[in-house]
Design a protein around this ligand. Structure first.
Ligand SMILES: Nc1ncnc2c1ncn2[C@@H]1O[C@H](COP(=O)(O)OP(=O)(O)OP(=O)(O)O)[C@@H](O)[C@H]1O
Length: 226
């Protein structure tokens, strides 16, 4: 489902590679945590998977597509085929929760009738039934992240990428968000999540890939934060 083969990324304005000769393979339906100290290269890996960056060496496969050689015009559609969740939620401030979710359907050309049917289902799934018409500033951080997850999931992506999705949330809210991601994973969606949250990693006991200095230093099934 996802494969990085001998991947090195050396940013032009950096004096050393951010990641070097990384080899990782992730199967369909896995839930994988990328952990490691700040600056280790975790977000760089997410950017490579989204093709926001291209490696200097190596190849990256996502959804069985080799993305480093992908034509530029194909990139937007490729990105829309993935679900993405970030620490800062990235909701559209002048759209309601339901409109934020519906927007993900609009941009891929789904008719409004589909949105009318699917958006309430997904809002219920994330536990936001009744708050569909609130604007982001009228929701708590945890609720905003639920909207972001609903938006990421509404197109039923095969892969969901989450870069520190609980980074702005308190421990209890973080656990709720993890329960939600776990439910989504159980529908068969592959989840790749970058985190610094040791509690979450230790509670979930999923595959842990630890990055340090741009290298994989540990890859453990049912791992702990360490
Ligand atoms: N656009 C860029 N230009 C130059 N250097 C960069 C760029 N983006 C990241 N880096 C460098 O690459 C290294 C890895 O950064 P990255 O953001 O992948 O780390 P991270 O593990 O996600 O860190 P954090 O946990 O703090 O988010 C760092 O040394 C960083 O300074």
């Amino acid at each position: 489902m996802i494969r990085l083969e001998h991947v090195t990324k050396h940013y032009a304005r950096s004096n050393r590679p951010s990641i070097e000769d990384i080899n990782v393979s992730i199967e369909k339906g896995e839930f994988v945590f990328f952990i490691g100290p700040t600056g280790a290269g975790k977000s760089t890996i997410i950017k490579l998977l989204l093709r926001e960056e291209v490696p200097n060496k190596g190849k990256v496969w996502v959804n069985d597509k080799e993305v480093t050689g992908m034509r530029r015009w194909k990139v937007p559609a490729f990105r829309r085929s993935l679900g993405c969740v970030f620490q800062d939620f990235r909701l559209l401030p002048h759209r309601t929760a339901a409109e934020n979710v519906a927007f993900a359907l609009e941009v891929i050309g789904k008719p409004k009738t589909v949105a009318r049917r699917v958006v309430p289902e997904v809002m219920d799934l994330v536990g936001l039934g009744g708050k569909e018409h609130r604007y982001p500033h009228e929701l708590s951080g945890g609720e905003q992240q639920r909207v972001a997850i609903a938006r990421a999931f509404v197109n039923r992506p095969l892969i969901l990428l989450a870069d520190e999705p609980t980074g702005n949330l308190d421990p209890d809210t973080s656990i709720e968000i993890m329960r939600l991601l776990d439910r989504i994973n159980r529908t068969g969606t592959t989840i790749v999540m970058v985190t610094h949250d040791s509690n979450i990693v230790n509670q979930m006991r999923r595959r842990v890939i630890e990055i340090e200095g741009g290298h994989v230093v540990r890859d453990q099934a049912r791992g702990v934060y360490g």
